[in-house]
Design a protein around this ligand. Structure first.
Ligand code: NOJ
Length: 730
């Protein structure tokens, strides 16, 4: 927006505000669900600023008409909806999209979601969710972009641009929402809505950077979290909302509460009732209340009593009106679906297929079992409760996702292989939680009669997402028993995991030959998986989150601290190997679990290819740089394998000494490159000293002089290392 536009926008807002009654102002601050009693009348009376969850375009147009033509001031409505990973064309769950490490995938997924949703009259989505989480028990890890602030902020920026485009008023652009502000992903024990305790330094260094990046990218709105942070529910957190968001980051967009999170502050034990809660939220600067009505019931009297200054109300309403103006709603509040590309059209489906291809992570591929031969596929047993589940593979929180467009794994394989293959399908288990072995014999027979088994296991969609947390994150039901029986046939097994979170798969590992982690891959998961398994595509996804061996290791993440007694691979002895009567201190006294060791099953950033990438010749442009300078870190990557393939080249650094201790590694850059067999490339990363800054003990954001290590490689265990310094004195 140029300055002239900003002035005219402000003038229009001022004009409207000058004509609004307090009831109308509070009306703008109220968002009602589409099925609220008396909605039409409330819209006519100017008592609603936004409607939630309406996707029938005739009805959205009708409500807009009531707002425009029958309310006194003709203010259009914000139409909000959770369009989290696609509207009708469903993309992989956000965690899966994050596994692509490709901002382009996020941007395109968001753009298509926006286009399809806008064709139903939606002009505001509650995405992206950018809560860092290091707890796979938490069901909402599915909606997240993983454990790392750098990866998350890079992908979040892309998603915001995808939803909003460069001009919110352009057709098909919708307002995005950075949620949930803040700290929600650190809910104790991975239980949703649970208590969050985060020291400010951790909050600022790990949990806030994606939100700041979203604000910098121009995200139109923020949503507060359901959770409390250090004793204060987020919807009343003046530190977060006033100090950090408004003052430090200068965010001028709009803040919405989460669903009834304002009255829930009383349940938290923070406010004494709705009136108190309305005061606390308005006082913190929550501009709009979602679903509940404490603002409608109490703001007027709070203003009358002088507890909330009218100027505060005006500032909040102004932010809402500004968004409506920026969306162009005053000029064009109506939607004609004919102005939009068709829902789930071939281009959208192809984009969803590409996203799913890049989201799948190859974790294991013994004896190069994959890719399977598409020319001579032989007989294939397709087994498992998730092989042909159109709805389940869409994943969590897809209210509009339509299984009629889904292509399942089984369908994908059938379409790809046609008559060339004999496909024997046997579910084995009715669903992922089933404990009935009734279908085992048939599945075993299918395996015996085939050359190879493709086994689709994991979690149904309902086992992840909001309020769907698990304490045991192994394969549910008797899926592992099914794998045992299939493995006993001796046939090679390709395990395709469809899940909304990292699962603990250590015990499954030796029983299968290959593992492709597909997350919940969305509408086009089937063709994507078939293309990957049969070599039309080469896996290139990388884990956006650490895969633990067992639940007791959680939280386990790559950017850990070293501790004063780091685990030592040389002295580690598993508890089963410790002789009886061993003296207490003889096992090394280091930071490890006697039963799980100290390493994850797979590290952050990990993912195999069918090709082979070799890293070498790491260098820096200087041995030392001064504050404010940049350094270039380069390495050579060659494709020594037989496939043209993509690799995500990753840069990690370690700041060896800090005013506060620093993580053993931090991701500072990544690039996705494509190399032909035999091809070599030099990949460079330019790092400014600001990129090395962190919040220190005095809560100052600064880079510190001293020595840094830098690694370039294909995952967070990269071994190719160099070093450099920032010159100067602390
Ligand atoms: C509650 C969820 O926490 C939030 O993410 C979502 O946008 C709202 N409900 C609206 O559905």
């Amino acid at each position: 927006m140029d300055s002239e536009q900003a002035v005219s926008l402000e003038a229009r807002v001022d004009d409207l505000l000058s004509r609004m009654t307090m009831t109308e102002k509070i009306g703008q601050m109220s968002q009602l669900n589409w099925d609220s009693t008396g909605l039409h009348q409330a819209v006519r009376a100017g008592r609603v600023g936004s409607v939630l969850n309406l996707v029938d375009v005739q009805e959205t147009n009708h409500l807009q008409k009531l707002a425009m033509e029958e309310s006194r001031l003709g203010i259009p409505l914000l139409m909000g909806r959770d369009v989290i990973h696609g509207f009708k064309t469903v993309f992989p769950i956000p965690l899966g999209q994050a596994a692509s490490w490709n901002p382009g995938v996020l941007a395109e997924g968001a753009r298509i979601a926006a286009l399809e949703a806008a064709s139903a009259g939606i002009n505001w989505t509650f995405a992206p969710m950018i809560d860092i989480t290091r707890d796979p028990r938490w069901g909402r890890i599915a909606e997240s972009l993983g454990e790392d602030p750098y990866l998350c902020k890079t992908l979040a920026t892309a998603a915001v641009r995808g939803y909003q485009g460069t001009d919110l008023a352009a057709p098909g652009a919708i307002a995005a929402c950075a949620k949930h502000f803040a700290g929600y992903g650190a809910s104790e024990s991975g239980r949703d809505y649970n208590t969050v305790n985060l020291p400010e330094i951790e909050l600022r260094n790990v949990y806030l950077p994606p939100f700041e990046a979203a604000a910098d990218a121009g995200v139109a709105t923020f949503m507060t979290s359901f959770s409390e942070l250090n004793g204060v529910p987020a919807s009343a957190d003046t530190f977060l909302l006033k100090q950090v968001l408004r003052k430090e980051w200068g965010f001028r967009g709009m803040v919405v509460s989460d669903w009834s999170s304002i009255p829930q502050m009383t349940t938290h034990g923070f406010t004494s009732g709705d009136r108190d809660a309305a005061f606390a939220a308005a006082n913190a600067g929550v501009d709009m209340e979602m679903a509940s009505s404490t603002y409608a019931a109490h703001l007027q009297s709070l203003v009358d009593e002088g507890r909330i200054p009218e100027s505060d109300i005006d500032a909040m309403v102004a932010r809402i009106l500004q968004l409506k103006l920026r969306l162009g709603l005053f000029d064009n509040p109506y939607t004609d679906p004919a102005d939009f590309p068709a829902i789930a059209n071939p281009a959208h489906l192809e984009a969803a297929r590409r996203a799913a291809v890049q989201s799948c992570v190859l974790l294991k591929n013994d004896h190069r079992l994959l890719p399977l031969s598409a020319e001579q596929p032989g007989a294939i047993a397709v087994i498992g409760p998730l092989a042909d589940e159109a709805r389940e593979q869409l994943g969590t929180w897809v209210f509009d996702g339509d299984p009629q467009y889904t292509q399942t794994g089984l369908q994908g394989l059938r379409t790809l292989l046609g008559e060339r293959a004999t496909i024997r399908f046997s579910k084995g288990l009715e669903h992922s939680r089933s404990k009935s072995h009734e279908g085992f014999a048939d599945a075993v027979k299918a395996a015996r009669d085939s050359d190879v088994v493709i086994l689709f296991a994991g979690e149904e969609a309902i086992l992840s997402g909001e309020a769907h947390c698990r304490a045991d994150i192994g394969l549910p039901g008797h899926q592992e028993a099914l794998i045992d029986e299939i493995a006993a046939t001796g046939k090679p097994i390709v395990l395709v995991v469809m899940a909304g979170r990292p699962l603990t798969l250590e015990s499954v590992m030796p029983k299968v030959d290959a593992i492709l982690y597909a997350w919940h891959p969305g509408t086009m998961g089937g063709p994507a998986i078939a293309d990957l398994l049969f070599g039309n595509e080469v896996p290139s996804g990388k884990l956006p989150v650490t895969l633990p061996r067992m639940v007791g290791q959680i939280p386990i993440y790559y950017a850990r601290k070293n501790t004063g007694k780091p685990a030592n691979p040389e002295t580690f002895v598993h508890m089963d190997e410790i002789p009886v009567n061993t003296p207490q201190t003889s096992t090394g006294m280091t930071a490890m679990h006697l039963d799980a060791g100290f390493t994850p099953l797979f590290p952050f950033g990990y993912g195999l290819s069918y090709s082979e990438f070799k890293y070498g010749n790491i260098s820096t442009s200087a041995a030392a740089i001064g504050p404010g300078d940049s350094i270039r870190i380069s390495a050579e990557i060659s494709n020594d394998g037989a496939f043209t393939a993509e690799e995500v080249v990753q840069l990690y650094i370690r700041d060896l000494v800090g005013n506060v201790t620093r993580p053993v590694r931090e991701l500072k850059g990544f690039k996705r490159i494509r190399l032909k067999p035999g091809q070599c490339a030099t990949v460079s990363f330019d790092i400014h000293t600001d990129d090395l800054a962190f919040y220190n003990r005095d809560m100052k954001f600064a880079a510190e002089p001293g020595l840094f290590h830098a690694w370039v490689g294909g995952d967070s265990n990269a071994v190719l290392r160099t070093e450099f310094s920032i010159a100067g004195q602390l």
